[in-house]
Design a protein. Structure first.
Length: 602
């Protein structure tokens, strides 16, 4: 393996806070490495150090000579006056690069290359920054939360893009499907130390549990021995011999191990009951559309969000909302909450419903306020039902704010910790209906697991808008799929079940069309479908030709897909290939179905 990066005994502190101490790891050519850690433990700081944007206390960082490194920051900054195209190439793009930029930006749904960066949303700017770092084609790609602000279609495209070829990357992401499908090595930053797992996310989960079990056993053994040694220390006189002094030094090391704090939650946070009436909300044939201004004085474009949409929300339902960016998911939630008016129809909300709303925009905090004071300003405790109460401090600790962190000032929190604090402010209001718009953005995986458990046990109603497929599978039992232009699919299941159903429906559509065609041909030939017969000589030759045709079509499909992502194809060729690809897939499906039909007669 050709080494690209070698980190040796790296230490980084901010005042009295040590993020990591004496950590070492390496990344070789072709390795795709995921970095996992809790919010506030130094993930983004470590990436920034590796990219040369921040210093460190001690240690060494050794890159291969002449290695080109590209970095996607969590919150990129652009000149608001420069165009999208200039932002991609720093004003130095030739024709070939411009062509590839159009290809990548189109996949990321940025289509106006002359638009000023200041006119783009934060999410659109993050996508331009992603295109920028991909187009520079670095030897080592460093990505900080690359899936934030991407819809499901874009995430799946990026998965395929990064998984192809021999790319070398290091990334921080909370998207566990993405980790599992892209990464071959997991680095975990925990307790100021780096642990390396040579496998994907599923392998990491298994081996991490083994590590924690071993550590727990080590601490238990140390505690048993510590009690014995503590008694000896109390009995021994102050003037100790050489052997006694050696035992004394060993005692202090034993004490350090015995007093290690394993941060794990002993109990799941459960409310015994939340009162909510039988009437939740009803969408009574609502419609909503927007007029989007266009350039060059053209008439505005109408975007339809909902058209005569009816839905009666059930008691205790846990619904997920998915769809591409711009299809109206967040707008639907804001209409439900009364923040955006409907054009036609009515939304009737039950009298007992108390919404708790977690928005994408977040909450503006008083920077000089202490973390605990942010929560106690809302309430001192949450009524869990059955005579049980949870204090503000207990809620914070459940979401991994240590007692020390609770008395820190807000300005000391990382971006992920602020999102987590915002989540706690929503839960502290004791709602019976949680509405969460992209709650997984910037939260670490441990916090996501805690939130998943909380929502699974939550005895009220839940609506979640998220592009995190793993999270949705864990939490929701019902989906609204926003397909655009007012089309909404109501599906009784989670995201994976929906994708499986959609794939089967597509196959069924192809098969039904083939059956109709075959039925016509069979009627002409005189054969009945229920007759068992052997292949004729002509059909055997047809089957052989189908095998040849299918192989050729599959090869053509691969060539087109590689060409579309390769950056060397002209605009005219891209247009031709884009038209050819769906026709090719239809032809491939048709020939595959015919081959299967003939193979059943053998």
């Amino acid at each position: 393996m050709n080494p690209y990066l070698d980190v040796q005994h790296l230490t980084k502190s901010f005042g009295a806070l040590t993020l990591f101490r004496d950590i070492s790891f390496s990344i070789g050519e072709g390795q795709r490495v995921g970095l996992i850690a809790k919010n506030g433990t130094g993930k983004s700081t470590l990436l920034s150090i590796l990219a040369g944007h921040e210093g460190y206390d001690s240690g060494a960082i050794v890159f291969r000579r002449d290695l080109k490194v590209g970095m996607l920051e969590q919150s990129p900054v652009f000149d608001p006056e420069e165009t999208v195209l200039d932002a991609c190439f720093n004003h130095h793009g030739d024709d070939d690069k411009v062509l590839k930029a159009k290809q990548v930006l189109t996949q990321l749904k940025i289509r106006n290359l002359e638009q000023r960066m200041g006119q783009l949303s934060g999410g659109q700017q993050k996508r331009v920054a992603l295109a920028n770092v991909l187009l520079t084609e670095p030897d080592l790609l460093i990505l900080d939360e690359p899936t934030n602000h991407l819809d499901l279609e874009m995430i799946e495209w990026l998965e395929g893009y990064l998984a192809r070829g021999n790319r070398t990357l290091l990334m921080v992401t909370h998207d566990r499907f993405f980790l599992d499908r892209v990464c071959s090595v997991i680095l975990e930053l925990d307790d100021q130390t780096i642990y390396t797992y040579r496998g994907n996310y599923a392998y990491y989960l298994e081996k991490r549990q083994e590590r924690l079990d071993n550590r727990r056993a080590e601490v238990a053994r140390a505690n048993n021995l510590y009690r014995t040694e503590l008694e000896w220390m109390r009995r021994m006189p102050q003037a100790r011999g050489h052997k006694a002094r050696y035992r004394e030094e060993a005692f202090y090391e034993l004490e350090r191990v015995a007093k290690q704090r394993l941060e794990e939650r002993q109990l799941r946070l459960k409310a015994s009951k939340v009162y909510i009436g039988s009437k939740i909300f009803e969408c009574q044939y609502i419609s909503k559309s927007f007029a989007i201004p266009t350039a060059d004085g053209q008439p505005p474009q109408t975007v339809t969000i909902l058209r005569d949409f009816y839905y009666n929300f059930s008691r205790f339902e846990k619904m997920g909302i998915v769809g591409n960016n711009g299809t109206g998911k967040s707008t639907f939630i804001k209409m439900l909450l009364g923040q955006v008016p409907v054009d036609d129809g009515h939304i009737v909300v039950g009298d007992t419903v108390r919404f708790g709303y977690f928005s994408q925009e977040g909450l503006q905090f008083d920077e000089q306020q202490k973390v605990i004071d942010v929560i106690t300003a809302i309430a001192d405790y949450v009524d869990m039902g059955g005579g049980h109460k949870m204090s503000a401090s207990q809620l914070l600790q459940y979401f991994l704010f240590t007692p020390e962190q609770q008395y820190n000032y807000v300005y000391k929190l990382s971006g992920g910790e602020r999102r987590k604090l915002y989540l706690c402010t929503v839960l502290m209001q004791n709602p019976n209906f949680l509405v969460l718009d992209e709650p997984t953005n910037d939260l670490d995986i441990v916090t996501l697991q805690i939130l998943e458990e909380y929502l699974q046990d939550f005895p009220g109603c839940v609506i979640v808008v998220s592009h995190d497929r793993y999270f949705m599978d864990k939490v929701v039992d019902h989906l609204l799929v926003f397909k655009g232009q007012g089309e909404v699919k109501d599906f009784p299941g989670n995201y994976t079940q929906y994708r499986e159903w959609a794939a089967l429906e597509e196959q069924k559509t192809v098969k039904d069309a083939k059956t109709v065609k075959d039925g016509t041909e069979t009627a002409k030939s005189g054969y009945r479908h229920d007759e068992r017969r052997r292949l004729s000589y002509k059909e055997k030759r047809e089957m052989e030709q189908l095998e040849h045709d299918i192989a050729a079509l599959e090869a053509e499909q691969r060539q087109i897909e590689e060409a579309l992502c390769g950056g060397t194809t002209s605009v005219d060729e891209i247009t031709t290939m884009s038209k050819r690809l769906p026709l090719l897939k239809d032809e491939l499906d048709e020939k595959s179905m015919r081959w299967l039909e003939l193979s059943e007669m053998i």
